[in-house]
Write a protein that binds this ligand. Structure first.
Ligand SMILES: [Zn+2]
Length: 143
C-alpha cells in the first residue's frame, strides 16, 4: 500500500535499520524508541492488525519474537522484555500495518513511554548488534 509508511519505507528497504528479513517478515529498530533496543517485527505483506493477519504469518512473527527477545536482552543487558501490539485507533494503533513491539526492560528503571532521540548511526549499530546475536541464537537454537 503506497500510503502506508511501513510498506513504503520499511518493506521497500528504503529507510530501515533491519536486523532480520525473510520472505515473509522483517525485524527492524523502532525509529522513535522508548528504550534502547526497542524494535519491531512486521509482515512484509500489508495487514492492518490482528483481525486480518494470516494465521501462519502471525505465528512466524511471534515465533521470531521469542528469539529477538533473547537477543535484545543479551545485547542491552536487560532484565526483562515487553511484547506489545495495538489493534485499532482507540487502542492507540498509530501505523495501520500489523507490528509487534519488543522492548527491553531494566529492573528499577521505569519506562516513561516518551520517545528517545537516537541517530540513524546509533540505530544502525543496534541493528547490527542484534543481528549478530540473533544469528548465533537461531543457529545454536538456544531457545
Ligand atoms: Zn503497509
Amino acid at each position: 500500500m503506497s500510503d502506508c509508511v511501513f510498506c513504503s519505507n520499511i518493506v521497500s528497504g528504503k529507510e530501515s535499520h533491519e536486523f532480520f528479513r525473510s520472505d515473509r517478515i522483517i525485524g527492524f529498530m523502532d525509529k522513535f524508541p522508548v528504550e534502547d533496543g526497542h524494535c519491531l517485527i512486521i509482515p512484509r505483506k500489508h495487514y492492518v492488525n490482528i483481525l486480518d493477519i494470516e494465521r501462519q504469518v502471525y505465528l512466524d512473527i511471534h515465533n521470531l519474537a521469542r528469539y529477538v527477545s533473547r537477543a535484545v536482552m543479551d545485547v542491552f543487558h536487560a532484565d526483562g522484555v515487553n511484547i506489545g501490539q495495538n489493534n485499532g485507533e482507540c487502542a492507540k494503533q498509530v501505523v495501520m500495518h500489523y507490528h509487534l513491539h519488543v522492548i527491553p526492560r531494566h529492573c528499577g528503571r521505569e519506562l516513561m513511554w516518551s520517545r528517545l532521540d537516537r541517530s540513524d548511526q546509533e540505530l544502525e549499530k543496534y541493528a547490527n548488534m542484534i543481528s549478530t546475536r540473533l544469528n548465533d541464537i537461531i543457529n545454536l537454537d538456544i531457545i
